[in-house]
Design a protein around this ligand. Structure first.
Ligand SMILES: Nc1nc2c(ncn2[C@@H]2O[C@H](COP(=O)(O)OP(=O)(O)OP(=O)(O)O)[C@@H](O)[C@H]2O)c(=O)[nH]1
Ligand SMILES: O=C([O-])CC(=O)C(=O)O
Ligand SMILES: [Mn+2]
Length: 611
């Protein structure tokens, strides 16, 4: 057999890292791209790739006066969200994937996917993207390298992660990295014309927790293809956290300053499309309070030397839900995207080359919709996909906290768990203690959203908002949370740990209206939370935790019906008794592995409800 001809670019590796060079060679030999490009992350590279994507019809350049250096992208209508059914945790032992994940044995998955990858980059370029999740100045920077045949992924990764030459240099020749292989799974035969959004009907998003590898195939959509995000920072990250004593969570991070100048840090875990980005960038409606953003989707939390829990945002950009974002709901997101340098995917295009989506003021009389068709307000369809997204540099956020780049992170005072529930769950409740807070997180429930392919609006358990992202057995994950509550030294002293609260911005009245105005008004709930930390706010002890009295919540200047507020805060024993069998059924899924502490919490809740 003759040696296969050299692939242009393959040997131009700007690194001597032997493992990286060898891996890139192996993948190139398997996937047979026409060329290999080592990404440097430069402006020139962005310019070249976006020009190519415009020429290919994947991107449309937006009006420079409206959105400078920004682009409109439309995906294939079948490739619009995360594919949870096609997401796999391929641990050696099936029990380590647990009852909440799809599992396949690693050998079997690798054999299946190797056949899919064989020749899959034919006619395309393979890009090598060195990236780092979290600051490069960290004691042990969290490196990854993504190989992809999608230039859209390269441009998105440049916004979402620290990437390029600086990362490769920092990796030297020895650094460990997470190898993350991605292909859209759409080889081009000679003479075949490309489509604007190539992808495959066959999709696999696979994780190998023991070897810390990611293999993704068939989808170009962000959550499936930007492998530093959900795949690395949550699924593989949660496994690293279990092994090394830290937490990788689906959480926003914000810094809150009181009128007295006291600073607090809060994280919040809400399921996909349930309000993290909005809370992270909140503009308080109460005078004197200030919110600064640290992260809108992912928090890595480790113990500091002082025994407190510190959070870092591993990401570098925002990949936010577009519909509903407006100057009235999230003005800071609007100011962030107004600076340009952004990608907009599956939103609508205005006739003057700007973007529009549902919830952004009055609809223009004509648009091009996310499927590329003419749209008018009479079309009777949404102009933008409900999971359409803006992808924008976090450094453009006007309220980014100055501690954002600090590799030590920020000390967390409070953790919020929250779901989207039309009934039952009160606006806010404080957990009784850490174990009760873990119970609140472990039983978190929420209506499904368009962020994942599947039915929308169905209530499901979404523990810690991590259901699609826990990279191992959910029962072990709960045990890890309980163990973290024993403190940095394992002594059981939880006094330095954040206090845990459970929120619900989405409770509805009988007429289906939201009872609570939400958005900027959520600052009133944050104020109550920090006053609880200070011990100064009133609360009533209910069976589900401490709930504010209507007077304890600052409603100054808020035009809210007293009955609505009472209904938002209400703990209805009947509604809660209806939850009990659902929680029991949920816990039974985990069999013997479920920590006894959680069964004890359920028993205690039952006793309080029936007492
Ligand atoms: N009623 C109400 N809706 C909200 C509130 N906060 C956010 N939303 C809506 O919830 C949707 C999703 O909000 P995001 O903040 O983007 O969700 P996220 O949690 O960051 O989502 P992912 O990026 O998918 O993880 C948007 O349509 C918002 O307009 C709120 O306080 N009240
Ligand atoms: O991963 C994505 O596609 C976007 C996201 O934040 C989520 O779904 O939670
Ligand atoms: Mn998310």
């Amino acid at each position: 057999m003759s040696a296969s001809p050299a692939i242009p670019g393959l040997d131009e590796a700007p690194t001597q890292h032997p493992k990286l060079r060898e891996w890139v060679k192996q993948v190139a030999a398997l996937t047979t791209p026409d060329t290999v490009v080592w990404c440097d992350g430069s402006d020139a590279e962005w310019q070249r790739l976006t020009d190519e994507l415009v020429a290919a019809g994947t991107l449309v350049r937006l009006n420079e006066d409206r959105k400078p250096n920004s682009f409109w992208a439309r995906t294939d209508p079948s490739d619009v969200a995360r594919v949870e059914e096609r997401t796999f945790i391929c641990s050696v032992d099936e029990a380590d994937a647990g009852p909440t994940n799809n599992w396949m044995a690693p050998d079997e998955m690798k054999a299946t996917m190797t056949e899919l990858y064989r020749g899959c980059m034919r006619g395309r370029t393979m890009y090598v993207i060195p990236f780092c999740m979290g600051p490069l100045t960290a004691e042990s920077p969290m490196f990854g390298v993504e190989l992809t045949d999608s230039p859209y992924v390269v441009t998105s990764m440049r916004i979402m992660a620290r990437m390029g030459s600086g990362v490769l240099d920092a990796m030297g020749t020895e650094a460990d990295f997470v190898p993350a292989l991605h292909s859209i799974g759409a080889p081009l035969e000679p003479g075949q014309t490309d489509v604007p959004w190539p992808c495959s009907q066959t999709k696999y998003i696979s994780h190998f927790p023991e070897t810390r590898e990611i293999w993704s195939y068939g989808s170009g959509y962000g959550g499936n293809s930007l492998l530093g995000k959900k795949c690395y920072s949550l699924r593989i990250g949660s496994v690293m956290g279990r092994d090394e004593g830290w937490l990788a969570e689906h959480m926003l991070i914000l810094r809150l300053t009181s009128p007295q100048g006291k600073v607090y840090h809060v994280t919040g875990a809400f399921p996909s499309a349930c309000g993290k980005t909005n809370l992270a960038m909140l503009e308080p409606t109460i005078p004197g309070w200030k919110v600064e953003t640290l992260g809108d989707d992912i928090a890595w939390m480790r113990f500091g030397e002082d025994g407190r829990l510190y959070a870092v945002n591993p990401e570098y950009g925002l990949f936010g839900v577009a519909p509903g974002t407006d100057y009235t709901t999230n003005p800071n997101a609007m100011r962030t995207i107004a600076k340009g340098n952004s990608l907009f995917t599956n939103v609508a295009l205005t006739d003057d080359g700007d973007i529009w989506w549902e919830g952004m003021g009055e609809a223009p009389s004509h648009l091009t919709d996310w499927k590329g068709r003419d749209w008018t307000p009479d079309s009777g369809e949404l102009s933008s996909h409900p999971n359409s997204r803006f992808c924008t540099p976090i450094k453009q956020c006007p309220i980014l906290a100055d501690s954002y780049d600090d590799p030590r992170g920020v000390p967390i005072d409070a953790i919020l768990f929250g779901g989207r529930r039309a009934s039952t769950i009160p606006l806010v409740s404080q957990s009784r203690d850490w174990a009760h807070g873990v119970f609140q997180g472990a039983t978190l429930s929420s209506e499904t959203t368009a962020a994942a392919v599947g039915q929308v609006g169905v209530v499901r358990r979404d523990p810690m908002a991590m259901l699609p992202f826990i990279g191992y057995n959910g029962a072990d994950y709960f045990a890890h949370w309980i163990a973290m509550g024993k403190g940095a030294d394992g002594s059981g002293d939880d006094s330095k740990l954040p206090k845990i609260f459970y929120v619900n911005w989405f409770r509805r009245g009988e007429d289906k209206r939201f009872l609570w105005p939400g958005f900027g008004e959520n600052s009133r709930v944050l104020k109550w939370v920090v006053e609880r930390l200070e011990g100064s706010a009133e609360a009533v002890e209910t069976p589900v935790g401490f709930v504010p009295t209507p007077e304890a919540l600052d409603t100054e200047g808020l035009d809210l019906d007293a009955d609505d507020l009472a209904a938002a805060l209400r703990v209805d024993p009947e509604e809660w008794r209806a939850e009990l069998p659902l929680i029991t059924e949920w816990f039974e899924k985990f069999g013997d592995k479920l920590p006894g502490v959680l069964w004890a919490e359920l028993d205690a809740l039952k006793a309080r409800l029936n007492g």
